[in-house]
Write a protein that binds this ligand. Structure first.
Ligand code: PAF
Length: 293
């Protein structure tokens, strides 16, 4: 496996590979790789000649310095896992290389960041879209795989790609879960045993909301209210940041549940803040991000 730290070297390699007519698949990550990441990587491996995985804990997408400093960093383990998966390239730049002195350009997708994660983590998506665009320009992928646990991120990145005429495809991947339903996340490893137990409430709360909607409930306030009460009861260690039902793809809160909607929530445990969501198709009684592979 090639390991590049320098953006320039990564770019030269990507140019060469493209000249040879090879397809580059890309999985951007912040490391602390788990089975969820590995599934995305396997999808990229199946559909590309060269798979590039980036590991970069992007400082400009953290609104909370404590979250940034606590974010797990396990580059040696990550590297080993990527080698085991047969990944051809690991790109692991430093913050100084990505944001040298004088760095002044930021990318912002407006409106789609107004609610949910965008409202609760000011500046987060501006940091995400800026780094993702930089990574696309460095890695030059034909496609990039994004997990749907971060559904708002996926729709925002897709919007950016469309709006800026970027020449690549954004490929979604279903949310990958632990056997008890908890969505896989690098932050799960920070949870205390008691928080970890209560964290299954996120998935169970989504299932409760789904059942209400699939049984015909069309009032978003009733669904959100029931979910909030459920979370407060089942996860007393956590504090509910939000429960939202938003339109797709523009991510605005709905006043009536119809068509494809995003049911999303965030809960702040003492050790880590967790998010989860279902992308629901009520007419087909389908949870889109549980099944697309
Ligand atoms: O989803 C993530 O891990 C990050 O937001 C990403 C896309 C790697 C950008 O830093």
């Amino acid at each position: 496996m090639f390991v590049f730290h320098s953006p320039k070297e990564m770019q030269i390699f990507a140019n060469q590979v493209r000249k040879e007519g090879k397809v580059i698949g890309f999985v951007p990550t912040m490391g602390a790789l788990h089975e969820g990441h590995l599934r995305l990587i396997r999808k990229a491996r199946r559909e590309s000649d060269i798979t590039v995985v980036s590991v970069f804990v992007n400082p400009i997408q953290f609104d909370d310095p404590n979250d940034f400093s606590r974010y797990p960093r396990t580059l040696d383990e990550d590297r080993y896992k990527l080698e085991m998966e047969g990944v051809q390239v690991l790109f692991a730049p430093s913050a100084e290389d990505m944001y040298p002195p004088g760095f002044s350009t930021f990318v912002e997708v407006q409106n789609l960041d107004r609610y949910m994660e965008g409202a609760h983590r000011p500046g987060h998506f501006r940091g995400v879209t800026t780094v993702v665009l930089k990574l696309f320009n460095i890695v030059k992928p034909h496609f990039a795989v994004f997990g749907l646990k971060d559904a708002q991120q996926y729709y925002i990145v897709k919007r950016m790609v469309e709006d800026l005429n970027l020449d690549l495809e954004i490929v979604p991947h279903e949310t990958v879960r632990e056997p008890d339903g908890l969505a896989m996340s690098s932050r799960n490893r920070l949870l205390s045993p008691e928080s970890r137990k209560q964290a299954t409430a996120l998935y169970r709360a989504l299932k409760l909301g789904k059942e209400m909607i699939f049984s015909g409930e069309r009032d978003p306030w009733k669904v959100k209210d029931e979910i909030r009460k459920f979370l407060e009861r089942e996860a007393p260690l956590g504090e509910v940041d939000y429960v939202e039902i938003a339109s797709i793809p523009d991510l605005q809160p709905v006043s009536e549940i119809e068509g494809k909607v995003l049911l999303a929530l965030a809960v702040r445990f003492p050790e880590a803040r967790l998010i989860d969501n279902f992308i629901l198709l009520p007419d087909d009684k389908l949870v889109w991000n549980e099944k697309i592979g």
